[in-house]
Design a protein around this ligand. Structure first.
Ligand code: RRO
Length: 298
């Protein structure tokens, strides 16, 4: 038996493979066996419902995807009533990604969260007028938001950072000081697509968030930077498509990883990756993830 479980920052996952926020919803239970996953992060929730940005909201690019969803969601109260009961039945650890346009909004939403394994604080969405990357680029605001969330919950608090910060290490340190138990590195990279028929940006808000294989080496370097300099665990995210990518993230310092846009092209990738890490460990004679990580430490 290969033990893929990971314990860190008060979190216990049966394996390190987590579905990222925004790329799945409950209909995916028909395709993916959620009980096999280490965890799932539900798409970003705000205090009040939000309609999101006008279409188009997402398009393919070479080696990836760019989105401008704009945080469309039902709001925490409707979520608690209508969605949470079903999430609790998934048989995996459930985390909620939360968003606020102000520190006060972050405080309020945090106090309404219950019955989940943890909170992922979104200070990294590139597709909104207020909050999002505007909070995550500034270490002082990142500190204030994290502190506000930690003061209003007993759940583990993970902060999802933007690669657009001028120094991601300084932002991660601020989150650690404010009480975060882990960092997710990273959210999408701000990017632009121009529609050559109109000569104008494809998205009404101009900027979009780039994800997929295009960003993997960039995101991997952010994970390396944060995990080499900051004392709390890092969950790696950005362009992971197969188990070899996951190994790269482990060796760059990630404790666990999130799968994002690969779900659009291969919804079975999470299960394939778990199976392939198990196979890899068997072939190499490792019995757990610690031994896999140790092979580069020594
Ligand atoms: O909803 C979005 O537009 C969005 C979010 Br909340 C996020 O965190 N990252 C992203 O690329 N898009």
């Amino acid at each position: 038996m290969i033990d893929l479980s990971v314990n860190f920052a008060g979190l216990k996952l049966k394996n390190p493979v987590i579905l990222a926020s925004g790329v799945w919803d409950l209909p995916y239970t028909k395709i993916i066996d959620f009980e096999k996953l280490g965890g799932v992060i539900y798409k970003s929730l705000s205090l009040m419902p939000r309609e999101g940005n006008p279409p188009p909201r997402i398009t393919e690019i070479p080696c990836g995807v760019i989105n401008s969803i704009g945080l469309a969601n039902k709001g925490i109260k409707i979520f608690n009533r209508e969605v949470l009961p079903e999430l609790k039945e998934l048989g995996t650890e459930v985390f909620l990604n939360i968003f606020g346009e102000s520190i006060e909004e972050f405080s309020k939403i945090s106090s309404l969260i219950r019955d989940v394994s943890g909170i992922e604080v979104n200070i990294s969405c590139p597709n909104v007028e207020k909050g999002g990357v505007y909070f995550g680029r500034d270490p002082e605001t990142a500190y204030q938001v994290t502190k506000a969330v930690c003061e209003n919950t007993d759940l583990p608090v993970i902060v999802k950072l933007t690669p657009a910060a001028s120094d991601i290490v300084v932002v991660a340190e601020a989150c650690q000081e404010a009480g975060a138990c882990a960092i997710t590195a990273v959210n999408t990279f701000p990017g632009l697509v121009i529609d050559i028929d109109s000569g104008k940006p494809l998205f009404e808000r101009v900027v979009g968030g780039v994800s997929g294989p295009a960003i993997k080496p960039l995101a991997l370097y952010k994970v390396y930077e944060v995990s080499s300099n900051v004392g709390i665990p890092v969950i790696g995210s950005g362009g992971i498509g197969n188990y070899e990518d996951v190994l790269e993230y482990f060796f760059a310092g990630a404790m666990a990883i999130q799968l994002g846009s690969v779900i659009f092209t291969n919804p079975l990738a999470p299960i394939e990756i778990i199976d392939n890490i198990t196979k890899y460990a068997k072939e190499k004679g490792y019995s757990n993830l610690k031994e896999i990580r140790r092979c580069v430490d020594e």
